[in-house]
Design a protein around this ligand. Structure first.
Ligand SMILES: [Zn+2]
Length: 256
């Protein structure tokens, strides 16, 4: 859906240019946003009426992870399959669209895995420190529009991460239509073994910044090789929204 819209946008770019910014506020899906200068995070709220919460919201993401309250929380139950799926360079990130079937169960609610994508550097920081990358697994409640996003920090290690290789090796350099990955991706192997996590209620980190996200940030990182990180950062280096204030929200941590 999103990709179709991007294609539609590409097709009508000359038209848009010819009639100036008139269309820009008529359809949020066609608004040009990014991470620097014009259209950057400090301007997102002004780019479209639908983006106002990017500026006015009180439950925005990402945040700095610090002073979390230690408490006993339920497990995140991962039911991830092996997927050979489409990968797309959508102009904001590299994203892999999930086949139906993979899901998590959290607090009795089933959330289906829709897609996963990357940011570099990480969006969430730990005591002010960013990791080289962060992966977001985006899940949707089957019975509502609420999302649960599992985040994992990706650090630099000494060896190639074979689980991530089918993704890193198949990233489209050009923005455009989805490509087949062509190899199976064992989704569970993209996660760390330890399943302790931080959690807070927040938002999408991209416009429209909707405050519908239960964030589940695993507290153990996963390592990619320097070469793998460099391959991603050659395409996207700086697709991370600035930190937002935690405000009155709870930030909880549970160990495993
Ligand atoms: Zn993300």
């Amino acid at each position: 859906m999103k990709t179709v819209r991007i294609f539609a946008l590409l097709a009508i770019l000359p038209l848009l240019a010819s009639i100036g910014g008139l269309l820009m506020i008529s359809n949020a899906d066609e608004v040009q946003w990014g991470y620097e200068d014009d259209g950057g995070p400090s301007q997102w709220a002004e780019l479209a009426p639908e983006f106002v919460i990017c500026g006015e919201g009180k439950a925005q993401s990402p945040i700095d992870i610090r002073d979390a309250v230690e408490t006993a929380l339920v497990d995140i139950e991962f039911h991830y399959g092996v997927t050979a799926n489409n990968i797309v360079n959508n102009g904001h990130t590299i994203q892999v669209d999930a086949d139906a079937g993979s899901h998590i169960i959290y607090n009795g609610i089933t959330y289906d895995l829709l897609q996963f994508h990357f940011h570099a550097p990480s969006e969430h920081t730990v005591a002010g420190e960013a990791a080289p990358m962060e992966i977001h697994f985006v899940h949707k409640d089957r019975n509502s529009n609420n999302l649960a996003v599992v985040g994992v920090l990706l650090n630099e290690g000494d060896v190639e991460n074979e689980a991530y290789a089918p993704i890193i090796d198949n990233m489209p350099a050009e923005i455009g239509a989805p490509d087949a990955v062509g190899e199976d991706i064992a989704l569970g192997e993209l996660l760390p073994e330890s399943r302790g996590y931080f959690t807070y209620q927040g938002s999408l980190t991209t416009p429209p910044c909707s405050e519908v996200v239960r964030w589940l940030l695993l507290d153990a990182p996963v390592a990619l090789s320097a070469k793998q990180i460099a391959a991603y950062r050659a395409l996207y280096d700086g697709n991370a929204r600035p930190l937002q204030s935690l405000g009155a929200r709870d930030l909880l941590h549970t160990s495993r």
